[in-house]
Design a protein around this ligand. Sequence first.
Ligand SMILES: Cc1cc2nc3c(=O)[nH]c(=O)nc-3n(C[C@H](O)[C@H](O)[C@H](O)COP(=O)(O)OP(=O)(O)OC[C@H]3O[C@@H](n4cnc5c(N)ncnc54)[C@H](O)[C@@H]3O)c2cc1C
Length: 444
Amino acid sequence: MKPIKTSLWAFLVILTALWWFTDTPAMASLNNFFDWRNVLMQYSGVLAIGVMSVAMVLAVRPVLFEPYLGGLDKMYRLHKWLGISALLISVSHWLLSESPKWLVGLGWMARAARGPRSPVPDDPIRQFFASGRGLAESIGEWAFYAAAALMLLALIKRFPYQYFFKTHHLLAVAYLALVWHSVILLKFDDWSSLLGPVMLVLMGAGSMAAVMVLLGRVARRRQLVGEVVGIRRHDALQVIELDIAFQGRWAGHEAGQFAFVTLHADEGAHPYTISSAWANDGRLTFIIKALGDYTSTLAQRLRLKDVVKVEGPYGRFNFEGEKTRQIWVGAGIGITPFIARMKTLAKLPDGRSVHLFHSTRDFDANAISLLERDAKAANIGLTVLVDARDGQLNAARIAAQVPDWRDADLWFCGPSQFGQSLKDDFATMGLSQDQFHQELFEMR
Ligand SMILES: Cc1cc2nc3c(=O)[nH]c(=O)nc-3n(C[C@H](O)[C@H](O)[C@H](O)COP(=O)(O)OP(=O)(O)OC[C@H]3O[C@@H](n4cnc5c(N)ncnc54)[C@H](O)[C@@H]3O)c2cc1C
């Protein structure tokens, strides 16, 4: 989570600094409420559209940033926090814009006397910007209402993912309207300062991303059509194992990466970890647990020869690191990246000493024997804990079983709350944050 927090704060600080140096003259003469309001509206406006632009760019899944931000799962987490920041900042911007009306209505402030009309500028470009202000203000207000409602919907987890996904696309339309609002209402002279080109790049990149979203062009080059060639059911675990063979050429993947898989067009893409090692044979395996409304229907709906779409690979859950000792924790269906890694290590050992903990609520002897087979082939220590039989896994139990845990990198995949509590406990025991790696199994 460190790169996410650092990137968010660094971006807010840099944009604030740029705006501060650009608008210093305006801040030298803050004499009354309206001077303050104007300056703060410019500041909140610059921050809000800047933050929205980065969120928009991240929405098109630019793999370019994955190494710096720790993978697409973390990029989506950053996208979410940028969205929350944009919501808070744009609400402040709106409150500032409406405040004079309300303060006059409450009798706390006298209606501002209308000054003389500003002279019409000679420069045609200035004229264009000045004449568009009224329309840009109205467009901005309505786009803000729409964007705020859509962002709030995105935060309500009870709102079904499928509908969230569809409505969230509409944010691209609201964003384009807000870009227009910002271009016209940013102080004209700011365009020729350092802030101007930065805003131009941010809004230009954000607008291109918004158009890609609206035209359905996101990550087209990373999508491939395939066919279901194998289905294995593990009913006791409510899990299916699915083999897909490609019609085109899959560029390959690393163990631990995931892909967006569209098994049914009416449902759209879901992210699943690729649980097979890449063998250059045009085949991938996914292990999918019935965790929700749609995944619960797969055991009945999926058929051999179904045509599917796979987009990826994504993610940086790549088991890299300087330590020669690794501890893996795969909780429940979070075991999938470790299966892929074990299959890779069986062919290409990396010389590390690894112990895998798999905690599970449900027990299936066949699935556990497959896991034991993979662990043996990869020369990896394995501890399986069934909740009802063995109790909960925690940091103390891991430390007791792996005495040199301080010299290990820990890789976790599973429910996010479990990951967080393990991370906190190990941090208290002295494990550095950099040694704890977690795949975020939730995108929203
Ligand atoms: C990086 C990553 C890797 C994953 N790997 C696996 C795996 O190997 N095996 C496995 O069984 N599960 C995996 N999951 C979880 C899997 O994506 C969800 O269980 C599945 O999408 C739930 O869909 P549903 O409609 O059945 O559930 P719902 O009840 O509709 O949703 C439950 C939750 O799942 C998430 N979700 C639902 N639909 C989507 C979607 N289209 N895209 C993103 N998130 C969604 C939302 O957070 C939602 O709140 C992974 C998730 C992520 C983010």
